[in-house]
Structures are given as structure tokens and as C-alpha cells.
Design a binder for this molecule. Structure first.
Ligand SMILES: Cc1cc2nc3c(=O)[nH]c(=O)nc-3n(C[C@H](O)[C@H](O)[C@H](O)COP(=O)(O)O)c2cc1C
Length: 351
């Protein structure tokens, strides 16, 4: 049984693959959730899915996030996970705001159709057959006029979900504005029998403590704050234990972490070029706030091999100390508010 871990790495497509999860886990305890896996692709074993659902030997418990809109397909995927022992925990994604997903009534659009949502979660719980806890991840709703989180969370609780995570923004907000932590507290006061985890805008150990204190939530789920800062799990463990200790890494320490990340990505991809190219997307997060000249920043985005990475480190002042505020605060995607793309007539009724 997966017990609610107080610090959770949020599922992030393109980010929380095995190398990144293992890196985060090496810094502190938590639950580390995979990128979202399409239920249909899992059932069909197509594309990169077999690699994406792999876990390392140290990854205990193994958390897999599934996404799908059809209750039968998602239930079939969960049954497969349970029967083949592919993971120890399945999280269902009802938070995705991207048009490709919401256009088909998936992601954050789905809880609006409460009956379908209940069926999808209920059938998934049944398919898990008591072997794998099934949790749900919600947004507040579609937009401010179409909130869904309270009914959805209560329905999930009623059909046997093991926990609920609330990213306290609507789909329309994407990642803009501020997460509404009051809503997390409100949900915590209503959901009586399963843990409620809060998500949105945790960028430091102190933010994690503040969210738990303000909302009474059972754990915190952290996404963008970990990008380029996998050691946030050390800070959160310290902060949640009441310690003031924080990791304030020198640039040399950051480079050691980047080197580990690079080596793990190369192994994961089975190809040096592919692994190192994937690392490019993480470089500006790792280097943010540190005194890095423009030549090195350009080089960081052009790395094509592990040797390029070592040459880049040679351009840096590895003794540069932690820059403080410049490396802290909000990071990652923001976007601005946008009307969600929904199936024709979707909002006309909830059935
Ligand atoms: C790059 C990126 C990819 C994401 N992919 C997923 C995903 O696959 N599944 C999901 O449920 N949420 C996904 N999210 C949303 C995060 O899990 C999280 O809910 C959101 O970032 C808010 O938390 P934060 O403020 O700590 O970043 C993604 C977010 C980002 C920034």
C-alpha cells in the first residue's frame, strides 16, 4: 500500500522520466510520479511507452500516471498494471489543459461530465483489484464559471480513489496567476476519508510548509519548482521536519548534478546524442541565477555530447557560490489565461 508521502514530485510530461525521478529521489524522500502515459498506448504497447513505463530498482514505490477519456480503455490499462505488476500506484490525470486533450473531453474537461468521471475512476479502482491504489489529480475546473473539483473529489472518494491531488487553478488559467490555496483548504474540509494533496506554486521548502499550514492538506505536490532543482526534495524534507537547513549549492555542485543527470539520460535513451539533447531543455533551469557568461549560456543550449558538457563546465566558475534570490522564486511555464478548447456543446450540460 502506498502511504501518502508528504512531498510528491508532480507528473510532468517530458520531465519526470526515470532519470529525473531518480535524481529527485536521491535528495530526499517522497513519491515520484511518472510522465503521463496514454492508457491506449499502454494497452497497445505502442511507441515509446515500454521505455516510459520502466522504473529503476531503487524506485519504490513505483508511481505511474495514466491519461485517457474512455472508461473501458483506462480500466484495461489499470488492470494491466495490476496483473503485470508494472507499478505500485496509478494516478489518473484530470488536470491536463492542452487543446489536444481537452478537445476530446479529456484531462481537465472530463470531470465536467460527472457521470463519466465517476465511471472512469470507479472502473479503474475495480480493475486495480485492491492491488494498486488509484489516485486522481484534478484542477479547479474548466474556468471560473465552471468549477468541478468539489463534486469530482467527492465522487472519486465515493468510488474508492485512494487520494486526490488538487492543482488549484482552472484549465483556463493554464499556469498563470496564482494557485488558489484557499480552495485546497476548502477541499480538505470536505473530503473526510482519503488524503488531499495540494498542488500549485511551491518553489521552496518554506512554501511546502506554508501550504500545509494554510490548507491542512496531507501532502504537497511539486512540479515546476523542481525543474533544475532536484535538491528541492532535500529542502522540503528539512522544512517539513522543522529544520532551517537548506541546500544552497555552489555552481560546482550544480554541475555535478547536471553530470549525473546527463549520464542517466544517456543510459535511459541508449544514445549519447539523444540523452544530451534532452538535457538541453534543463540547462537554463540549472544555471538560472548563477553568474554564467553569454558564451557559456549559448554553449549550454548547443551541447551534443558528454564531451561538450565537460567543455561547458570548463567555461564556468565552479567556485561561484549560491546566488540566493536570483535562483529562487517562480520558474517554469506560466502562459496566460486562455479559453479551453472543448468538444462542441460540452458545457451545455453535465451529463
Ligand atoms: C512541463 C510540464 C508538464 C506537465 N505534465 C503533466 C502531466 O503529464 N500530467 C499532469 O497531471 N500534470 C502535468 N503538469 C502539471 C503539473 O503536474 C502541476 O500540476 C503543475 O505544474 C502545477 O504545479 P507547480 O506549480 O508545482 O508547477 C505539467 C506541468 C508542466 C510544467
Amino acid at each position: 500500500m502506498v502511504r501518502a508521502k508528504r512531498a510528491v514530485l508532480a507528473p510532468m510530461a517530458g520531465v519526470t522520466n526515470r532519470p529525473f525521478r531518480e535524481l529527485c529521489r536521491s535528495f530526499g524522500p517522497g513519491l515520484f510520479i511518472s510522465e503521463m502515459i496514454t492508457a491506449r498506448a499502454l494497452v497497445e504497447g505502442s511507441g515509446a511507452t515500454p521505455r516510459m513505463i520502466g522504473f529503476g530498482p531503487e524506485e519504490q514505490p513505483r508511481s505511474l500516471q495514466l491519461h485517457g477519456t474512455d472508461p473501458a480503455t483506462v480500466a484495461a490499462a489499470v488492470a494491466l498494471v495490476a496483473q503485470r505488476d508494472l507499478a505500485d500506484h496509478v494516478d489518473l490525470n484530470f488536470g491536463c489543459p492542452v487543446p489536444k486533450v481537452t478537445r476530446k473531453g479529456g484531462g481537465a474537461a472530463l470531470p465536467w461530465k460527472l457521470g463519466r468521471f465517476r465511471e472512469l475512476v470507479g472502473r479503474s479502482v475495480e480493475a486495480a483489484d485492491g492491488r494498486v491504489p488509484v489516485t486522481v489529480k484534478l484542477r479547479l475546473g474548466i474556468d471560473a464559471g465552471h468549477l468541478t473539483y468539489v463534486e469530482a473529489a467527492l465522487a472519486a472518494e465515493a468510488v474508492g480513489a485512494a487520494a486526490v491531488t488538487l492543482h488549484a487553478r482552472t484549465a483556463a488559467q493554464l499556469y498563470s496567476g496564482q494557485a488558489d490555496w484557499e480552495a485546497i483548504g476548502h477541499l480538505k474540509s470536505l473530503v473526510k476519508t482519503i488524503p488531499v494533496l495540494g498542488n500549485g506554486d511551491i518553489f521552496s521548502g518554506d512554501d511546502a510548509v506554508a501550504m500545509m499550514a494554510r490548507t491542512g492538506c496531507d501532502g504537497v505536490v511539486v512540479g515546476r519548482g523542481c525543474q533544475g532543482r532536484p535538491w528541492l526534495f532535500a529542502d522540503m524534507a528539512a522544512a517539513l521536519a522543522g529544520s532551517a537547513e537548506r541546500l544552497r549549492p555552489s555552481l560546482g555542485f550544480v554541475c555535478q548534478v547536471v553530470r549525473r543527470h546527463a549520464q542517466a539520460l544517456v543510459e535511459y535513451r541508449g544514445d549519447e546524442g539523444a540523452g544530451v539533447r534532452e538535457l538541453r531543455g534543463h540547462m537554463s533551469w540549472y544555471l538560472r541565477g548563477y553568474p554564467v557568461g553569454s558564451e557559456a549560456r549559448v554553449a549550454a543550449h548547443a551541447i551534443g555530447s558528454l564531451a561538450d558538457l565537460e567543455r561547458l563546465f570548463g567555461l564556468l566558475d565552479l567556485d561561484a557560490p549560491y546566488p540566493g534570490e536570483a535562483a529562487e522564486g517562480p520558474r517554469g511555464r506560466r502562459g496566460s489565461e486562455r479559453t479551453p478548447v472543448l468538444p462542441e456543446g460540452w458545457l451545455a450540460s453535465r451529463t
